[in-house]
Write a protein that binds this ligand. Structure first.
Ligand SMILES: [Zn+2]
Length: 320
């Protein structure tokens, strides 16, 4: 996936810092060792000068037999000195984080997969840093806030919310790229964001790329980028991430642009089978009025739809 050039610059810079750090640690280890056994540094100097001599001799067709014999003798002496100190020879090599590219960022002239991973983390980190809430978890979700008394329509909040909670836990634990998308519906303060972010946390822990945030923040960013007020590719990242948590649909400023962006997100992610979790205070009818029949029919046709009910938890916490 392509990211902005500043993201790649940042990723390559991070790889370079890793490399410099690994090499600094290696130099430090080596100089400590030489303070402990100065003979090791002498041997290394002799070995490198023998290497040069051997290359010169080979270039003019002379025998390197004696040089090699001396080289092997000194190497063996160095090996003995290290083993007396209990140090394995590979401790003297730099320990790079990425074994593919030795923290150079390139393999055969192309960017290494570690750079792609870093670029992804940077892009996700930038978007997720604007998220409205910290990641929640399932253990802090309290079902006692939901009443056993049936509502006017016969729904029993405690039962429905227990079902929703179990659904979210199972969805998170079984999450894969072929998971279905989900719509959490219901009034404010019933835990839609909490369960969405608990799923996000659990899916991130499985190393999937998850983007989470409010519709308002996402739309503002996409619009700013579209009209050249900000740089980046927020829309591309939203379309391509493994799981998108799109919170509070309907709270964003409603324009023809935001409606077409939402359709693009819903449609593209379904087309490529990428799961999305949306939450909204809107009813299905309101979704249709606001975003049109095309968006509604895709959601109804392909999403799990979970209705939340009960009393606003924030009010119960404040006054209960
Ligand atoms: Zn690498």
């Amino acid at each position: 996936m392509g990211y902005g050039s500043d993201i790649y610059r940042q990723a390559f810079e991070a790889v370079k810092q890793r490399r410099l750090k690994a090499e600094a640690v290696q130099r430090e280890t080596y100089s400590k060792l030489c303070r402990l056994r100065p003979r090791i540094s002498e041997i290394d100097h002799q070995l490198s000068s023998l290497g040069v001599q051997a290359a010169k001799a080979a270039a003019v067709g002379e025998s390197v037999f004696d040089i090699k014999k001396e080289y092997d003798k000194l190497s063996a002496e160095k090996g003995r000195a290290l083993s007396e100190l209990g140090i394995s020879p590979d401790r003297l090599e730099p320990h790079y984080e990425c074994k593919e590219c030795n923290d150079t960022g390139y393999v055969n002239g192309s960017p290494c997969s570690c750079v792609e991973r870093l670029a992804r983390d940077i892009a996700y980190g930038r978007l997720n840093s604007t998220a409205p809430a910290k990641l929640s978890d399932f253990s802090s979700f309290n079902l006692e806030y939901y009443s056993d008394r049936p509502l006017e329509n016969g729904d029993v909040p405690s039962k429905i919310m227990t079902d929703n909670f179990m659904f979210a836990m199972e969805y998170a634990s079984k999450f894969s790229l072929s998971s279905k998308s989900v719509l959490f519906m219901g009034p404010t303060g019933l835990g839609k964001t909490h369960l969405s972010l608990a799923i996000a946390k659990s899916v991130i822990d499985k190393n999937y790329g998850v983007i989470y945030g409010s519709a308002q923040d996402f739309m503002r960013k996409i619009e700013n980028e579209h009209f050249g007020r900000e740089s980046g590719d927020a829309l591309g990242t939203l379309l391509e991430c493994d799981l998108l948590i799109f919170d509070d649909l309907g709270t964003e400023f409603n324009t023809a642009f935001s409606v077409s962006v939402l359709y693009n997100i819903v449609n593209t992610r379904l087309l490529y089978s990428r799961p999305t979790i949306m939450s909204t205070n809107l009813t299905l009818k309101e979704i249709e009025d606001r975003y049109g029949e095309r968006v509604l029919s895709r959601i109804i046709g392909s999403y799990f739809i979970k209705k939340f009910c009960g009393e606003d938890i924030r009010k119960i916490k404040a006054f209960g």
